[in-house]
Write a protein that binds this ligand. Structure first.
Ligand code: ADE
Ligand code: ZN
Length: 338
């Protein structure tokens, strides 16, 4: 590691774009499959990893939903979360706002409570044992219809005091944000924050819709917003946080080389990007590895890294005074390492 990548690893940071089901490592897939009697179409970890050659988002989603089928009990979800938190605590991560996909589990017959209670148990354990705080974001699967999203919101009703917000994920193209305008309004009425994947593969119009129809507090990805100058100006003037995922974009062929990744341009345009892992078990690295590889590929400066780390706290849903304490910890880290 260079001095700069070492500096990046140790920087206090938050992760704002992490699908917990996407942290399922092949080894855990076999372990959970064995303990739950769920058969896998793979014989070895190497075979699983060899299958992780994706041409686009849908190629990945097909295998990701299949993998999630081994998660059956609250303990599975708690263990999954704790394994993730242990890894990112070692990457300087102090806070995580994690996505989960309840419909992936309720559509297999699991009660809503299995994933929710298991994850909440893992999150409490991580705070107690590792000092990493976290909150939960419930994502609606956009390839399903809005009635199904409403049904999910109803299932979550008794958990809403422990869920910070709702998100929108899965197959983007053909499923614009407008499809979910009513359920996002209902979530807003319940005091939930709102985020949506937009501009990952979909056009800039989907980012406009996420802003104007879903009234989002953050955009997940947002890469294709750069194709529209008026949209860039809007995002910059609103100080909208973008949760960018470099290794995900590489693995899903959004960019052919990390050297061509738009993160640096986003910073130069006055946007507010953050660095995240998306689905680290599938895309080749956790948040620290995303920082390392994008720093090297784009020759990011120390100041760029500090900006990205600060954006992760000021763009989080933490109370402002808590976010400010994390920003002060970044300043202290910078002073101690200069
Ligand atoms: N679900 C998990 N990862 C995703 C991604 N990168 N885009 C959309 N939906 C997802
Ligand atoms: Zn994502």
């Amino acid at each position: 590691m260079t001095d700069l990548t070492q500096f990046a690893r140790g920087l206090p940071k938050a992760e704002l774009h992490l699908h917990i089901e996407g942290s399922l490592e092949p080894e855990q897939m076999f372990e959970f499959g064995r303990r739950n009697g769920v058969a896998l179409p793979f014989r070895t970890v190497e075979e699983v990893r060899a299958a992780y050659a994706f041409g686009n988002l849908q190629d990945f989603l097909d295998i990701y939903y299949q993998g999630a089928g081994v998660l059956m009990t609250e303990d599975d979800f708690r263990d999954l979360a704790m394994a993730y938190f242990r890894r990112v605590a070692a990457d300087g991560c102090r806070h995580v706002e994690l996505f989960f996909d309840p419909q992936t589990h309720t559509d297999r017959g699991l009660p809503f409570s299995v994933a929710a209670d298991g994850l909440l148990a893992g999150m409490a354990e991580a705070e107690r044992d590792l000092g990493v705080t976290s909150s939960l974001i419930l994502c609606f699967l956009r390839h399903l219809d809005e009635d199904a999203a409403f049904a999910t919101l109803r299932m979550a009703e008794s958990y809403l005091d422990r869920i910070v917000g709702v998100g929108l994920d899965s197959s983007e193209v053909g499923h614009p944000p407008s499809k979910f305008a009513r359920v996002f309004a209902a979530a807003g009425e319940r005091g939930l924050k709102r985020v949506a994947h937009a501009g990952e593969e979909g056009p800039p119009e989907y980012v406009w819709e996420a802003l104007d129809l879903l009234h989002v507090d953050r955009i997940d990805h947002g890469n294709r917003a750069l194709e529209d100058d008026r949209l860039v100006a809007r995002l910059a003037s609103e100080g909208m946080t973008l949760t960018v995922c470099p290794l995900s974009n590489l693995k899903l062929c959004g960019v052919s080389d990390l050297k061509l990744h738009p993160l640096k341009r986003m910073l130069e345009l006055g946007l507010k990007p953050t660095v995240n892992s998306d689905d680290p078990a599938y895309f080749g690295g956790y948040v620290g590895e995303n920082f390392t590889q994008i720093t090297e590929a784009l020759s990011l400066s120390r100041d760029d890294l500090v900006t990205l780390a600060k954006n992760s706290f000021t763009g989080s849903f933490l109370p402002p005074e808590v976010a400010e304490r994390h920003v002060a910890a970044i300043d202290a880290y910078v002073s101690a390492n200069s």
